[in-house]
Design a protein around this ligand. Structure first.
Ligand code: DAH
Length: 334
């Protein structure tokens, strides 16, 4: 019986230490096989005193069951850990989640705003649901101006409308703050346009204006030329006479075509120029409506379409792409 107890202690110790499937296999052979140590003990039985045989045989049997179960259990545990635990790479991202990208219109906004911020302009936003006064009246639109027609603007039952441009922010700021003012204002605008590659009933503009004493066309031209240089690089610019109710004089600003370098192509319709914004010196009537003294103050203003600039910057030929949010389109701006 001491022999059995000794073997038991030894076998259990080895089982405890075993850490590979190979070691388990060795233990099985050493203790449980037909020529193993337990079989060896069984062969001792006939030599024993008949009175001791039963107890001895029972002892070996118990040890055999104990070892068989112990080895099987350990084997199963080792097999499981081998299968379930692949090598761990602790440098991997916790989740393979998909990162979004900045929308090309937002990227364009941000770029434009940063140029003006560098010059000292601040950003002010206005409401998209606007009052007639700010959208038209305060901007010197005559009562019978075509933009006031229901065919052209979205009016609401309460007499307000969806702003047709970002210019109303000029009036709102001038009404509430004393010059000097240097403001840019980006945002959505709405018009009753049929939707095609270059028209949309919702689009984005960026308004800018500067009001102080002694501001002249020289400041307007200098500021806009600097802006164009920052955005498009060294390019020819041209200021062409135009008309807006809220500026006098008014002009449109053209930049040398960024696609053909001024030679004439399909994008610039063979003219060599791309129109990129409207601008002008703020009309004295606008100052008066906003409560500022038009003798003391002067200023310039400009407005541009964000979609148009983004289309030129990224060589996009259909405005609808900005609003459809097709993943394959957006993925290209990562
Ligand atoms: N509000 C004009 C438009 O929607 C754009 C514009 C032109 C804004 C000239 C200005 C400006 O501030 O001076 O077409």
């Amino acid at each position: 019986m001491t022999q059995i107890a000794k073997l038991k202690t030894e076998a259990l110790e080895l089982l405890e230490k075993a850490s590979t499937l190979e070691e388990i296999e060795e233990l099985k052979i050493r203790f449980l096989s037909r020529k193993g140590e337990l079989a060896g003990l069984f062969s001792e039985i006939p030599k024993l005193d008949p009175a001791e045989r039963k107890q001895f045989g029972q002892g070996i049997n118990d040890l055999k069951i104990l070892l068989t179960e112990g080895l099987e259990e350990k084997e199963a545990t080792l097999k499981r850990s081998k299968r379930d635990l692949p090598p761990v790479d602790i440098t991997r991202d916790p989740f393979p989640f998909r990162k979004g990208s900045v929308h090309p219109l937002s990227a364009t906004y941000i770029e434009i705003i940063n140029i003006f911020k560098y010059l000292g302009f601040i950003v002010v936003e206005g409401p998209e649901i606007e009052e007639d006064f700010y959208n038209f009246e305060g901007l010197n639109f005559p009562p019978d101006h075509p933009a006031r027609d229901e065919q052209d603007s979205f009016f609401m039952q309460n007499g307000k409308l969806l702003r047709t441009h970002t210019s109303p922010v000029q009036v709102r700021v001038m009404e509430s703050q004393e010059p000097p003012l240097a403001v840019v204002s980006p945002g959505k605008c709405y018009r009753r346009d049929t939707i095609d590659a270059s028209h949309s009933s919702m689009f984005n503009q960026l308004e800018g204006f500067l009001v102080d004493e002694n501001i002249s066309v020289a400041e307007l031209k200098g500021t806009i030329k600097y802006f164009i240089k920052e955005l498009f690089g060294e390019k020819k610019t041209r200021f062409r006479p135009h008309f807006f109710p809220f500026t006098e004089p008014s002009m449109e600003v053209d930049v040398e075509c960024v696609f053909c370098g001024g030679k004439g192509c399909n994008v610039c319709k063979k003219t060599g120029w791309l129109e990129i914004m409207g601008a002008g010196m703020i009309d004295p009537n606008v100052f008066i409506k906003a409560g500022l003294d038009p003798v003391k103050y002067s200023g310039f203003a400009f407005g541009m379409g964000i979609e148009r600039i983004a289309m030129l910057r990224y060589d996009i030929n259909d405005m609808r792409l900005f609003f459809e949010n097709d993943i394959e389109f957006l993925d290209q701006f990562r």
